[in-house]
Write a protein that binds this ligand. Structure first.
Ligand code: ZN
Length: 415
């Protein structure tokens, strides 16, 4: 057994960091909000860099605003781990922060152990994962996946521009392209995160090994008929947009269950009728379809099939229908070798693990385009997240951080 296999995180130190960071951006009413580049975020950034400095870990901010530390081998491809320290409005103390602070803790342990591993290690805090301006902006900048036209016009919900926010924080939007890392720079990326769902808790499993992160497609449908009198128009002479839309939604669900996988999700979360009268045959129904799947090709096929199905059902009801792709998020598979390493690290620590997909988006989804990526989940109490009472027991957090440390060490020593 190599000496590094007995290295463990210091949970007291990690706990202190989690508790301290959870106070930065905390309003008097208890709400925790750190939006990318906002004063609370910049305070958190300075604090994070201060913690690295105390541990003798050099750190830097890249041109996009990501904060990166470095320990171990000075040259060659690095192993990278992190997440984000921005939050949703009134967010929780663990989403993102747990992954960044665990990576910091791993860097401290690795720094103190003075390893001679062939690969260096970099803890990272990616900017704007939660999308004040652009979803996963920091990881996209590092992976060279930013749409520069989107960057130039990016605004937050209050209309503030990305350029202004960056300038106030001491960054320059014009230089954002410099954050891109060269191909081969990052040998592997691994992210530790709370599950934000109920599966691990229900299974009594301490560790989740993420197999892939789902892709998402949003499409809008508008069914159009005629606004006839609900009393005088016979049933067989109507052009009832709602009945057509309802039959479509029902059949689309059946189609997704039949042609999809157990991971396929189809949802009509927004349905609106143009009229709001009980005595008019509904002439126009708008609905937004959300389709999710881990298999990007299957996702595309299902979206197309839903469009064809809408055309067919609309014709049967003598309606017209339009369908339009609105936005999307490409799915990403985690590297099998990283999954195996996480599973092996958990096993060596005497911990059970469960392979599972991630239904939520993460920076690992972006980093998977440029590096072998992996993700570790720990259970979320009651499956709760993106709210102030999101929580995970300290013991489970410690176990997750140790699986991260041992996985990083395996990747640093892998040829
Ligand atoms: Zn997160």
């Amino acid at each position: 057994m190599a000496a590094w296999e007995s290295l463990r995180v210091d949970i007291a130190r990690l706990r202190n960091d989690i508790e301290t960071l959870s106070k930065i951006g905390r309003a008097p009413d208890g709400a925790l909000t750190r939006h990318a580049f906002a004063p609370a975020y910049e305070e958190a950034r300075r604090w994070l860099k201060g913690r690295m400095e105390e541990a003798d870990i050099p750190s830097r901010d890249d041109a996009a605003g990501n904060t990166i530390g470095h320990v171990g081998a000075a040259d060659g491809p690095v192993v990278m781990s992190g997440s984000h320290i921005d939050t949703v409005p009134d967010g929780g103390p663990l989403d993102g922060a747990f992954g960044v602070l665990s990576a910091l803790e791993c860097a401290r342990v690795i720094r103190a152990a003075n390893l001679s591993a062939p690969r260096g290690f970099e803890p990272v805090a990616f900017i704007d994962e939660e999308g004040r301006f652009l979803d996963c902006m920091g990881s996209k900048a590092m992976a060279g996946r930013l749409d520069m036209n989107e960057v130039a016009h990016a605004k937050d919900p209050n209309g503030g521009s990305l350029g202004d926010a960056m300038r106030q924080a001491g960054f320059d939007l014009e230089k954002i392209g410099k954050a891109k890392r060269k191909k081969g720079d990052i040998a592997a990326y691994i992210e530790l995160h709370i599950e934000q769902g109920p599966v691990l808790e229900a299974k009594g499993m301490p560790i989740g090994v993420v197999e892939g992160i789902v892709g998402i497609d949003h499409s809008d449908f508008v069914f159009k008929g005629e606004p006839d009198h609900a009393g005088t128009t016979p049933m067989d002479m109507r052009k009832d947009a709602f009945t057509g839309a309802a039959e479509f939604a029902y059949k689309a669900r059946r189609m997704a269950l039949k042609r999809g996988t157990p991971l396929t999700r189809i949802t009509y979360g927004i349905v609106k009728s143009k009229t709001a009268a009980a005595n008019i045959v509904p002439p126009e129904i708008y609905m937004r379809q959300e389709l999710r799947d881990i298999d990007q090709k299957l996702l595309k096929r299902l979206v197309k099939a839903s469009y064809r199905l809408a055309d067919k059902v609309a014709a049967e009801h003598r309606l017209t229908v339009t369908h339009e792709h609105i936005s999307g998020n490409t799915s990403a598979l985690m590297a099998p070798r990283v999954q195996d390493m996480i599973e092996g690290a958990a096993k060596a620590l005497g911990l059970g693990s469960h392979r599972m997909p991630s239904g939520a988006g993460h920076d690992a989804q972006v980093m998977a385009r440029v590096a072998d990526a992996g993700m570790i989940f720990v259970p979320s109490e009651g499956g709760r997240s993106h709210r102030r009472d999101e929580w995970t027991d300290w013991k489970l957090l410690e176990q997750g951080a140790n699986v991260l440390l041992q996985s990083i060490l395996r990747l640093m020593h892998a040829a």
